[in-house]
Design a protein around this ligand. Structure first.
Ligand SMILES: Cc1ncc(C[n+]2csc(CCOP(=O)(O)OP(=O)(O)O)c2C)c(N)n1
Ligand SMILES: [Mg+2]
Length: 797
């Protein structure tokens, strides 16, 4: 067994007094409420749309975030902030000096702070983007796994191990992807992960059932987590010790969440009425209630652990370090605001009158609403000293980087005879695995239980499966015949996941940000079946939104998997590949094309954003992720050596397999596995349409993007010619196009708009039937006969 790397450091401990932290808490609550208030009442929005923002959800997390950022977190800790607490995060960043007042004033406006923390669009120190609830939570645990991966390789020594933290809304825990991540985390011995639940027992629509709590606790414990319940604050604890206090505490424990919320909203006199009535048999309790005035009574019965800095600090400091920890922190949604406790407060906004009263109560003059210190008792110099002494703020903005790994020429397998792109992919990766290059060391593969069936087997055999501890392959040790050698250990370079595509994409997001989070470059390659992209689509979008960099290999695809069955056929994925921002999609037909694309992709995923200025909210993307739609259908491989020009054309999205004569009246355009049908139809069509061309499209996405870019440039008065415009230029003005692919016909149908060529678009619109390739291609009309018929039909129009 190899030595385990250290776990994350103990929570930071600052010398700040509780009074100082309380002062910060006041400031942060006010700034977050003011940010939202200003966006809704202080700006002219012109279009009449509500701006929104979540004052109550933000207030709910203020104490927890104050404690964490000013007293607990270290710079190496990374945080996924509950999306609708974005204003709290930005207020803290503003105090740290990482955020400008202008951008706070521009909350939810063009170029301002984002509605939900964004790595790419916010200029301050966002660790993980959030927005689609549940995904940021899972991201924290996969980031912890990636951190373990890096340290198991003895990399990352310049940056200490940190704790991956998620600030979780309690209703967010309804998202299924969280439980997929919990199970996967358990399998991988997850650690260095904290999920801090903002347990306000309110969702967007309603107050939730209190019966959920024990279920949550047992679920987490069952998955190997420690659960720390932070229920009562110090004032409530102190009250308990007084005569009658225990009865009062018991009443609170038994109180229905909805009633507790309603009373919190109503305030002191309502509490008194209710308690006097419910505890009327208990003289001591009644006396205790009597001894408190309305304000004190309301304050003490709502003194929940999630708002008591002292209790929070103790809980964070005492948390176990050998396992992941879930803190269930009882909170009040809207705490400290007139919205507190109301069941409809999710999107509730303070009125201008309420805001004015709130500022007044905070001892803040209207013109001081944006002040960093007003009403807190702290001076500017105090604040400066506090920020300087805050461990988390010590290293400024924590966006790391890592050198790019040289890709060079990929070692290639012998490509001859008949081969599918999926087979080719496996063999190319196997060649890389055999090489002793840095490139091979930095590649990490992952798959949701389809490593073998997507042809990752040879790579895994050579490079091993990752596990923090050595696990022998019993079949291997017992010398039982098996094609797979699945020895597991810290040096392994394949992370095997259970069947959960959400987890695949979130792990790819974490692996693909490793250089920025942990200062170590990884080249992640994830494989799955093409139709199941849809299962994890939101998580894929999430990964792209954060500009994580990875290669996605999706195979088998389309109806070309034939007998494998209708339920596994994919139609819409080429359109997903085109429409998804941040990922360039390709569908090569031949293995030599695939090799060119893969080599380019390994470089493309490492490109840095063009401008890395501090206020670069436009985040001009350079490079991105890559999606390869591959096939299990074997095709005869062309015997050729690709020229530099051809290689470039393959990357740009297409090339003439048979160039058209000048003024040709027909072009057949194909993408992917139907290359054979297109070529065969071409043979027949040439007799009727001499000079017709055969265009191989390797990336409809890149062709389309290039066309759009050229159009935009021309709209700006610049000169531009897109690759697709140049490709189609030899054709006659009245030429016809027949496009064909094993996927939705709209993928290529737009080609007719480039120069105004009439187009017959063949493709697959319906699915669900198993069969042989011949039967299915004929049934769905993507075979040679259909191409020929379309060519003739188009000329009759
Ligand atoms: C995937 C997804 N579905 C729906 C939403 C809309 N939404 C935003 S917050 C929220 C409820 C959040 O409740 P909770 O997590 O308890 O947070 P709280 O505001 O109570 O702190 C919903 C449904 C979303 N952001 N993401
Ligand atoms: Mg909630």
């Amino acid at each position: 067994m190899s030595a385990l790397p250290d776990t994350a450091h103990q929570p930071a401990s600052t010398a700040f007094s509780l009074d100082t932290l309380r002062a910060l808490e006041r400031i942060i609550l006010r700034l977050s409420a003011q940010t939202i208030h200003n966006a809704n009442h202080g700006r002219d929005t012109a279009d009449g749309l509500k701006v929104g923002g979540h004052q109550a959800s933000s207030a709910s997390l203020v104490s927890i975030m104050t404690a964490l950022y000013f007293a607990v977190l270290n710079p190496e800790d990374r945080v996924a902030v509950k999306p609708h607490a974005s204003p709290v995060f930005h207020a803290i960043q503003y105090l740290f000096g990482n955020q400008t007042l202008d951008k706070l004033k521009g909350f939810r406006a063009f170029g301002g702070t984002q509605s939900y923390p964004s790595r790419t669009k916010d200029v301050d120190d966002v660790d993980f983007s959030t927005g689609s609830v549940g995904l940021g939570v899972a991201m924290s645990s996969f980031a912890a796994l990636v951190q373990d991966y890096i340290h198991a390789k003895n990399w990352g020594t310049a940056w200490p191990m940190g704790r991956m933290v998620a600030l979780v809304g309690d209703a967010e825990l309804d998202e299924g992807n969280i439980y997929e991540a919990l199970i996967e985390g358990w399998k991988h011995g997850l650690r260095n992960t904290w999920w801090v639940v903002d347990y306000n027992r309110q969702s967007l629509d309603a107050v939730i059932s209190h019966l959920l709590t024990p279920k949550l606790v047992s679920t987490f414990e069952n998955m190997g987590w420690a659960v720390v319940t932070v229920k009562y604050g110090k004032r409530l604890e102190a009250l308990r010790k007084k005569p009658g206090g225990e009865a009062l505490r018991q009443w609170i424990d038994d109180c229905d969440n909805a009633l507790y919320s309603a009373l919190t909203f109503e305030g002191g006199s309502a509490w008194r009425r209710q308690l006097n009535q419910d505890l009327k048999g208990d003289a001591q309790a009644l006396e205790l209630i009597q001894s408190l005035d309305d304000a004190d009574l309301a304050a003490v019965v709502t003194d929940l652990g999630g708002h008591c800095l002292e209790t929070l600090l103790e809980a964070f400091a005492a948390a176990p370090t050998d396992k992941p920890v879930c803190f269930i922190c009882y909170t009040i949604k809207g705490r400290g605001l007139p919205l507190a406790g109301h069941k409809d407060n999710h999107a509730g906004l303070m009125t201008p009158d309420q805001m004015a009263a709130f500022l007044k109560a905070q001892d803040v003059a209207p013109q001081e609403a944006w002040s960093k210190t007003a009403g807190s008792g702290l001076s500017d110099a105090d604040l400066e000293a506090i920020v300087t002494a805050t461990p988390f703020a010590a290293r400024g903005r924590r966006r790391l980087d890592a050198p790019q790994v040289e890709v060079g020429e990929l070692p290639l397998p012998t490509i001859r005879g008949s081969m599918s792109t999926q087979m080719g992919f496996g063999q190319i990766l196997a060649e890389i695995a055999r090489s002793d290059r840095e490139l091979a060391r930095r590649i990490v593969t992952t798959s949701p239980d389809v490593a073998v069936s997507t042809n990752l087997g040879p790579w895994v055999n050579r490079r091993g499966v990752f596990s923090r501890t050595e696990v022998e392959d019993i079949f291997q040790t017992r010398k039982l015949m098996s094609a797979q050698r699945w020895a597991m250990g810290p040096s392994g370079q394949h992370i095997e996941l259970g069947i959960a595509e959400n987890n695949l994409f979130i792990l790819l997001a974490a692996l693909g940000l490793s250089h920025e989070l942990f200062g170590e470059r990884l080249l992640p390659i994830g494989t799955l079946y093409d139709p199941f992209i849809a299962r994890g689509l939101d998580a894929l979008n999430y990964a792209c939104y954060q500009d994580a960099r990875f290669i996605l290999v999706a195979t088998p695809s389309g109806i070309s998997l034939a007998p494998e069955g209708g339920a596994h056929q994919s139609i819409g994925t080429p359109l997903i590949g085109m429409a998804q921002d941040g990922i360039a999609s390709f569908e090569p037909a031949f293995v030599d094309e695939l090799a060119v694309i893969l080599q380019w992709a390994l470089e493309y995923i490492q490109r840095r954003p063009k401008t890395a200025k501090a206020d670069d909210w436009l985040h001009e993307r350079e490079g991105g992720s890559v999606y390869l739609r591959l096939s299990t259908r074997p095709l005869d491989q062309p015997a050729r050596i690709l020229s530099l020009d051809q290689r470039q054309n393959i990357i740009d999205g297409g090339y003439w397999l048979r160039p058209p004569a000048e003024g040709a009246s027909l072009a057949v355009v194909y993408q992917g596995a139907v290359a054979e049908e297109a070529a065969s139809a071409m043979g027949d069509l040439l007799q009727r349409f001499p000079g017709a061309g055969l265009l191989a499209v390797t990336s409809a996405d890149r062709l389309n993007a290039g066309w759009k870019a050229a159009q935009t440039a021309r709209q700006h008065g610049k000169q531009a010619l897109a690759h697709v415009e140049a490709l189609l230029s030899p054709l006659d003005r009245h030429a016809r196009l027949v496009t064909v692919l094993d996927g939705h016909p709209a993928t290529l149908a737009w080609l007719g708009s480039v120069h105004g060529h009439r187009t017959e678009a063949l493709g697959v619109e319906h699915f669900g039937q198993s069969g042989s390739i011949g039967e299915l291609y004929s049934h769905y009309r993507i075979d040679a006969a259909a191409i020929i018929e379309a060519a003739f039909a188009s000329h009759r129009r």
